[in-house]
Write a new protein. Structure first.
Length: 115
């Protein structure tokens, strides 16, 4: 099982979100620092394309642990929502290619989603 941890305390805006992701996921130096680039870097984890430090075995998932999830979601709701939406988009790409989803989000700390 592959696991990466995003430390929400390091994230204060879009730039710090992308810097934290680049470090945690091992994105390349030319990472575009936007959500389209984030999606592209995580779309071929099973192919070992060098866009991430992860190379997943067939059927393996990358668990993305997000610390202090409730604080992160209330402090930076746009970034939090984008992380969820873009993870789902990556998984949709895998499913469209006939593969199981590759990403799972693990919320650490208390989390209460609004109804």
């Amino acid at each position: 099982m592959a696991t990466v941890r995003l430390e929400a305390s390091k994230i204060s805006n879009w730039d710090s979100f992308h810097a934290t992701c680049r470090e945690a996921f091992g994105f390349p130096d030319f990472y575009g620092m936007n959500m389209n680039a984030w999606i592209d870097c995580l779309t071929y984890l099973d192919e070992g394309d060098g866009m991430s430090r992860f190379h997943l075995a067939p059927g393996e998932k990358l668990h993305i642990e997000i610390t202090d999830t409730e604080m992160f979601s209330s402090r930076l709701p746009e970034i939090f929502r984008a992380l969820i939406d873009c993870s789902a988009f990556v998984n949709d790409r895998y499913v469209a290619a006939g593969k199981p989803p590759a990403l799972s989000l693990v919320f650490l700390g208390p989390m209460r989603l609004a109804g």
